[in-house]
Design a protein around this ligand. Structure first.
Ligand code: SF4
Length: 308
């Protein structure tokens, strides 16, 4: 079994080289996929990094809205994904019709959409944000009221941190099932089992859990947190793939999962599918030009606000 795996990895590496592809993988991908990737990161990090790469062919390992963001920022590059079914239920919980309805209901109120949204919704937004910069983006907007979606937990975190009146869209149905389903008893259990450990959670977890944590941050921020504290042990409240990334980055620290939280959509990508994808050069990501033009404006606005 191990020899078969090693052979497959070798073949993937050969294909990648001969076909001149670069592999980008999200932090939540399977450990073996993170290990064959040239770069691992969060969705925006990978999309912006792709703009600096010389290679014009990208194999992306993550879910569809991330692949679309890479294509949006790199329209001249070829982007392929191993499984076109790998999607994000959180992103899909919001539709352009809902965004438009709120736009009409609250004229003049800015619409901020999390990067975990479809390209069609991004085209209707005023500005995009990530879990790392959502608080700063909303704080830098004029006015007290902001329409924010689709993650209701990130929306409540932003409301807490900025003191602004956040109108969440689509509301109660907008959440990431992976983060929503952490058990409220888990941080208390973790404190008992690992009394020296710091507990870090993603802002997509519910408010009750955030309050029991030592640190709230995006995956990128979680990767910086261990270096900023003297703690040797950490309990990690996000998708299980992040543990691999943290353990590789900080081999001298110990990381425990808060719960065994798995995103089954992220895990649709496998080594076998990566092999096929490179071999047959499928599945290519394409985006509608008109939608891309509008969505690009809202992404550009995020970069402008972050430069202020
Ligand atoms: S972890 Fe949550 S937000 Fe990320 S892709 Fe899976 S369902 Fe979507």
């Amino acid at each position: 079994m191990e020899t078969m795996l090693a052979n497959m990895i070798e073949e993937i590496m050969e294909l990648k080289k001969s076909k001149d592809f670069v592999i980008l993988a999200h932090n939540y991908q399977l450990p073996e996929l993170q290990d064959i990737a040239d770069h691992v990161g969060d969705s925006l990090q990978l999309a912006t990094l792709a703009t600096q790469l010389e290679k014009s062919r990208i194999l992306f390992l993550g879910v569809d809205f991330m692949a679309e963001t890479i294509k949006l920022l790199n329209p001249d590059k070829t982007v392929i994904v191993p499984d076109p079914e790998a999607t994000c239920p959180l992103a899909n919980s919001l539709t352009p019709e809902i965004v438009e309805r709120y736009r009409n209901e609250f004229p003049g109120v800015p619409i901020v959409l999390y990067i975990n949204s479809t390209l069609e919704c991004k085209a209707f937004a005023d500005v995009i944000c990530t879990s790392a910069n959502a608080v700063e983006i909303v704080a830098r907007l004029d006015g007290q009221r902001v329409i924010f979606g689709p993650d209701k937990n990130l929306a409540s975190y932003v409301a807490e941190k900025t003191g602004k009146d956040i109108i969440p869209i689509p509301g109660e149905t907008g959440y990431c099932y992976v983060h929503e389903n952490f058990k409220i008893s888990s941080p208390l259990d973790a404190r008992r089992s690992y009394p020296e450990a710091k507990i870090m959670v993603h802002p997509e977890v519910p408010k009750e859990l955030r309050r029991l944590a030592d640190y709230v941050g995006s995956t990128g921020q979680m990767l910086r947190y261990p270096a900023a504290t003297d703690a040797r042990e950490f309990v990690v409240g996000t998708e299980i793939g992040m543990l691999h990334r943290l353990r590789k980055t900080f081999p001298d620290r110990i990381f425990y999962p808060l719960d065994h939280a798995i995103c089954s959509n992220m895990k649709l990508n496998t080594l076998e599918k990566v092999y096929r994808s490179l071999n047959e050069e499928v599945y290519e990501v394409t985006i509608d030009e008109e939608i891309a033009r509008k969505a690009f404006k809202s992404v550009r606005k995020m970069f402008e606000l972050m430069e202020r």
